[in-house]
Design a protein around this ligand. Structure first.
Ligand code: DGT
Ligand code: MG
Length: 384
């Protein structure tokens, strides 16, 4: 027998939510390349193409070893013609001409820079690109009209584009716990997003907050925000009702809870001294002296950090935890699995069974996986 015939075939499930995807994997050269193409497809509003590249990359992340030859990819799902072509080029030549061309293109670089400004989405960035803007400095120099979020995005551009470390996330966790427990004793605070999946750095810090007494969480967000503002900890905040599901997820939201799910997009002012010393926050003299309203400098005593706060009713907490832990592709695949394979509709609020025409309650993430007929995947293996 030839060696290739004794290599055991890898049984790869086709939905990312059926697989374990660790944070560290063996194919980052290939997945980085495919994700450049995915991002570029997003920038050119080609959603289908973008998801196809992300699914292909995600399959490679779940492989137990590095891909060496095209033979290693036999029988793997989600690898379309285009992705295979890119992979082959990299295996043969070390790089893909399409990826390199994309990476260096003026449009890709400008879209990356412009969407890298907090408050700027693909649509706005695309309009600005066509008007001749290329990066955040152009927004200042050409006195572009900006909304309040974008103003903050420009002002704190460097800080917000400096990855948040786990240590910074822990310091912010202590602050948020103090704030929440001060205004509502007994509340539960969970760190979600990438840090819950074990990431070492992130673009923001995500928290989910609830209280075991259903209803006690109502009107909680303004109280938390006030507490933080009183302590001088917020550089920016905007509280909104969560509209994510209304846009994308259809009916999986109990109508009676329409107004309960609140989200606060914020920018924290994090004292650098908090990172060196202990993580207690008794000392609340947050006057750094560097509050001239311009970009923070490396010599500054504080730095700006993006923090997302979400408040959920206790009855939805398991769904919210699952929905806010990510990764984005894992979430998307969970919802696709629910819809296509189970005739159910999953959101960060609830799970609706279309056949039974009722909501299926759950008290833990484990229960939700069971209701969906899936093996439980822990957060650290949801890095799809
Ligand atoms: P990061 O922050 O770039 O290191 O990576 P993540 O995975 O923390 O991504 P992030 O912070 O954008 O979002 C955290 C998770 O929350 C994400 O995996 C999916 C979910 N998520 C993000 N935005 C929304 C939203 O508007 N509604 C809901 N329900 N979930 C969201
Ligand atoms: Mg995050």
């Amino acid at each position: 027998t030839k060696p290739s015939e004794v290599t055991p075939a890898i049984l790869m499930k086709s939905y990312a939510c059926q697989r374990r995807t660790p944070l560290k994997h063996h194919n980052s050269v290939l997945t980085d390349a495919l994700e450049i193409l995915a991002l570029n497809a997003e920038f050119t509003k080609n959603e289908g193409r973008s998801v196809a590249f992300r699914r292909a990359a995600s399959v490679l992340k779940a492989l137990p070893r590095g891909v060496r030859t095209m033979d290693d990819l036999k029988d793997l799902p989600c690898l379309g013609e285009h992705s295979l072509r890119v992979i082959k080029e990299i295996l043969d030549a070390g790089t893909s001409s399409e990826v390199e061309w994309t990476r260096q293109s003026e449009q890709f670089q400008a879209m990356k820079a412009l969407t890298g400004v907090f408050g700027v989405g693909v649509r706005t960035a695309d309009r600005w690109f066509r008007e001749g803007l290329r990066n955040h400095l152009d927004l200042i120099h050409k006195s572009q009209k900006l909304n309040r979020a974008q103003e903050a995005g420009v002002q704190y551009y460097n800080d917000l584009n400096t990855p948040v470390t786990k240590k910074e996330a822990m310091v912010i966790t202590v602050i948020v716990e103090k704030a929440v427990n001060d205004v509502l004793p007994g509340a539960i605070i969970t760190l979600t997003g990438g840090f819950r999946r074990g990431k070492e750095v992130g673009h923001d810090v995500d928290f989910l907050i609830t209280h075991p007494d259903e209803g006690a969480e109502e009107k909680l967000m303004p109280k938390i925000v006030n507490w933080l503002e009183d302590q001088g900890l917020l550089l920016y905040q905007k509280t909104t009702r969560n509209s994510y599901l209304e846009n994308k997820d259809g009916p999986a939201r109990p109508a009676c809870n329409m107004d309960r799910f609140e989200r606060c997009f914020s920018i924290f002012k994090l004292e650098r001294s908090k990172l060196d010393s202990d993580t207690r926050i008794e000392d609340s003299s947050y006057n750094s002296g560097v509050t001239d309203g311009t970009q923070t400098h490396s010599g500054s005593t504080w730095r700006a950090v993006r923090v997302d706060l979400v408040v959920s009713p206790y009855s939805q907490f398991a769904f919210a935890t699952l929905g806010w832990t990510g990764s984005k592709l894992f979430e998307r695949e969970l919802r696709r699995w629910a819809g296509q394979e189970k005739g159910m509709s999953l959101s960060s609020h609830a799970l609706y069974d279309s056949k039974q025409q009722r909501y299926l309650p759950a008290n833990s993430e484990e229960e939700i996986f069971t209701l969906l007929g899936l093996e439980y995947i822990p957060p650290s293996e949801r890095n799809a």
